[in-house]
Write a protein that binds this ligand. Structure first.
Ligand code: NAP
Length: 497
């Protein structure tokens, strides 16, 4: 970006003492940040985690079949590659145990304070520090705050008429109730997104009946995800180059998906054809196929990977319901055709509230400005990381950094390195705080939003957009572009106190 350079700190000035950094959230982002900071000598780090354990999304999402549809050799830290994954896309327990292992091995596990829910972060303009308050009433001061709570941590349950009146059991898929035995029950699943397509094939054989309430169909691609045979595991373990090559290959596969999404009229059609051929094979029944078929541009919503979901819809005890839900009744769900389906259990798989970043935490920057107000017209941040008026505050997996093709961990590592560079610069300059310039942030937001023009993301409604239609979740480009943009912290883009 072509901006004038500010005057720099006097090199003779002694460096300030180590900044006290508080990271909020002990998922993949928070752990990456803590490791990066400590490795570079920024050792005064505390991680506050609301849950009882580290893990973030992989602690909370333990529904049957929970797994990551991004292959593990890319959905893992570059500095902690493993060669003993049980299959291409690891199940939740394996990912959680990986993250716990890395946190332990890298020495950041002892920095985590669990069961510590942050309620507010308030900037003290007089001192330039942040005051963090927890639900337990504790006050913690910090020189810098890293918000690593992610985009997908607030389960959303739509406010359908009569929701509270349902007399049966219900829960959200992101808070699965394992104590409730689904065997022999009449169950409804509302929502058919990335989570639902993973657990529906698992529960369908157990339940008496399963009504799957779909509002929009999905474009799907195959994912068998069988356990590696012993010979393949042995080979992967003994020949390190195999893993390296697979990581490279999956990286480029992710970039290819982004290419298809960015060019829906041309290359995207090839992706759609691939998906069409797969889905036609998976759905031999024409009536069912017509019901399950998506009605939007390939890649606009998340492309889902499963070779098991569509066949499970064809089971005799499973019904795909596409009539709109009009009401939840005490005994079941009523749809627009007037039919009421009696149920024992409703599983809400209706996603998250991703556009309510940081909700319900209250973040107040310079002059008491609330982050929620700064983002009332749609969240935005320079490179998804820094917001004018919020000095020394960094957001991980912030606005416009979600990926539709690739691994979020790749982005999180880049963000961790960027934050570390910003704090090193603060340290070297003896500054109290570092704050992105408003004009720089506005320019980068315009550029990001401009890059969505003509892409598949703009061609339907999705959780990537806020109420005004602005795309606030996704990065509009390739992983390599984000890497290029975040590789070097550019001091001229910031102001210092
Ligand atoms: P989601 O993709 O947002 O899906 C929510 C589903 O609920 C959609 O089918 C949506 O329909 C439906 N829905 C929402 N409100 C509704 C309403 N009022 N009435 C009827 N249906 C309603 O949520 P998710 O499946 O939990 O996944 C969220 C994100 O988590 C994913 O996109 C992905 O980024 C991440 N995830 C990743 C993996 C992985 O393997 N990497 C696995 C799970 C989740 P519409 O489509 O019509 O809105």
């Amino acid at each position: 970006m072509n901006v004038p350079s500010p005057s720099f700190a006097d090199p003779q000035r002694p460096a300030s003492p180590l900044p006290r950094v508080v990271i909020i959230g002990a998922g993949f982002g928070g752990i990456a940040a803590a490791i990066e900071l400590r490795r570079h000598g920024l050792t005064d780090v505390t991680i506050l985690e609301a849950a009882d354990e580290l893990g973030g999304t992989w602690f909370h999402n333990h529904y049957p079949g929970a797994a990551c549809d991004v292959p593990s050799h890319l959905y893992s830290y570059s500095f902690a590659q493993r060669r003993d994954w049980s299959r291409l896309c690891s199940p939740q327990a394996e990912i959680l145990s990986y993250l716990q292992g890395v946190a332990r091995e890298q020495g950041v596990a002892p920095l985590i304070r669990t069961s510590c829910r942050v309620t507010s972060c308030v900037h003290d303009d007089a001192t330039g520090r942040w005051q963090i308050e927890t639900a337990a009433g504790e006050a913690i001061a910090a020189d810098a705050v890293v918000l690593a709570t992610g985009q997908l941590n607030q389960p959303a349950i739509p406010n359908l008429a009569g929701r509270e009146t349902f007399a049966g059991h219900s829960f959200h898929s992101a808070r699965w109730d394992h104590r409730y035995d689904l065997a022999g029950k009449r169950v409804a699943v509302i929502g058919t997104g990335a989570s639902a397509v993973q657990f529906i094939p698992r529960i369908a054989p157990l339940v008496d009946t399963l009504a799957v309430f779909q509002r929009t169909g999905n474009w799907m691609l195959p994912r068998e995800n069988r356990c590696y045979p012993a010979w393949a595991r042995a080979l992967i373990e003994r020949v390190p180059a195999i893993n390296w090559l697979r990581r490279r290959w999956i990286f480029h596969y992710g970039e290819l998906l982004t290419l298809l999404i960015r060019h829906p009229r041309t290359l995207g059609r090839i992706g759609q054809l691939r998906s069409t051929l797969f889905m036609r094979r998976q759905l031999p029944d024409r009536a069912l196929r017509a019901k399950a078929w998506p009605d939007y541009t390939f890649g606009c919503k998340r492309i889902l990977f499963s070779s098991h979901y569509l066949p499970s819809l064809g089971r005799s005890n499973v019904e795909l319901v596409t009539d709109a839900i009009t009401e939840i009744t005490p005994v079941g769900i009523r749809t627009a055709d007037g039919r009421e389906r009696p149920l024992d259990c409703i599983i809400w798989s209706t996603g998250f509230r991703p556009t309510e970043f940081m909700f319900p935490m209250d973040v107040q920057g310079v002059g008491g400005q609330r982050l929620a107000d700064a983002w009332s017209g749609g969240a935005h941040a320079h490179l998804g990381l820094t917001v004018p008026g919020f000095p020394s505050l960094f957001v991980m997996y912030g606005p416009n950094t979600n990926t539709s093709g690739g691994s979020i961990i790749f982005y999180l590592e880049l963000q961790a390195a960027y934050i570390r560079q910003a704090l090193e610069h603060r340290q070297r300059g003896g500054y109290r705080s570092v704050e992105v310039r408003a004009d720089v942030e506005a320019a980068s937001d315009r550029e990001v939003q401009g890059r969505f023009a003509g892409t598949a993301w703009t061609q339907c409604d999705s959780w990537y957009r806020d109420e005004s239609g602005r795309i606030v979740a996704n990065w509009p480009g390739y992983m390599r572009e984000y890497a290029q943009r975040t590789k070097t912290f550019e001091p001229a883009e910031y102001v210092y106190r």
